[in-house]
Design a protein around this ligand. Sequence first.
Ligand SMILES: Nc1ncnc2c1ncn2[C@@H]1O[C@H](COP(=O)(O)OP(=O)(O)OP(=O)(O)O)[C@@H](O)[C@H]1O
Ligand SMILES: [Mg+2]
Length: 254
Amino acid sequence: MRTIVVNNQKGGVGKTTVAVHLAWFLAEEGYSRVLFIDLDAQGNASSVLSDERQAGLSSGLFIDPNFSVTGEAGINVLAADEKLNIIDPQMAVAVPAMAKAFAKLGAEFDYCVIDTPPAWGARNYAALLVTDFVLSPIDLESFALQGVATLRKQIRLVEEQGRKGRKVGFLGLLPSRFVSNSPRQRENLKALVTQAGTSLMFEGVLTQRQGYAEAVAVKTPVWKLKKTSAQEAGREARSVLTTVKSRMAAPIVA
Ligand SMILES: Nc1ncnc2c1ncn2[C@@H]1O[C@H](COP(=O)(O)OP(=O)(O)OP(=O)(O)O)[C@@H](O)[C@H]1O
Ligand SMILES: [Mg+2]
């Protein structure tokens, strides 16, 4: 199983939109068994994926010692519930329990996509602890750039403390909701590339387009909507997701 966490502690940057589209994309091809874990108690991704196979509650990973899931072709959802909010105070026990429960899922699935909440805490720590890859959507409004250093620091913290130095495969910062005709956003993108360096940037962007919200509202990938604007968004999304998938196929550095 190859695991990817969609992560940025900043809210509203497109994490859930990217995560659900990635799950749809991975499940579309062949008979992939995709596990989707919603760690955000807001449950946005769980609502969008409510027509997919419901495989349990993600809080079970942290608090149920007998947690298990069998994998089926398509998307298998571990949905968010309010118990996710009580994990932080029990972090010292809940995080190792999650890592143990998660390790048992490896044989059941081909891919795992984890959507994370917009706040640092036990769930983000656990997700970074167990993952192979991280993708970080980022918006290009003024304060977004300040978050990049924090994001990198948190990944490093988990690598050093939790992973005994084992690196996370950082796929990059993915500019999301990019308004390409906004001079301010173009300036911010330039500043971001200068600050982060090209090696930290994902090779592609997701433009701000109406189609994404419409698609998510009807629980369908944007490339399946008929409107011309959605088709354009769909082409862009598929191109980004094709790159994500091929990067996930690369050998994992131990
Ligand atoms: N490429 C895009 N074009 C237009 N709208 C977008 C795009 N990506 C996301 N959005 C919209 O932006 C809002 C926030 O997106 P989303 O919920 O995916 O962000 P998030 O990072 O998961 O937020 P949170 O931190 O609250 O979990 C939603 O209304 C979504 O429809
Ligand atoms: Mg979200």
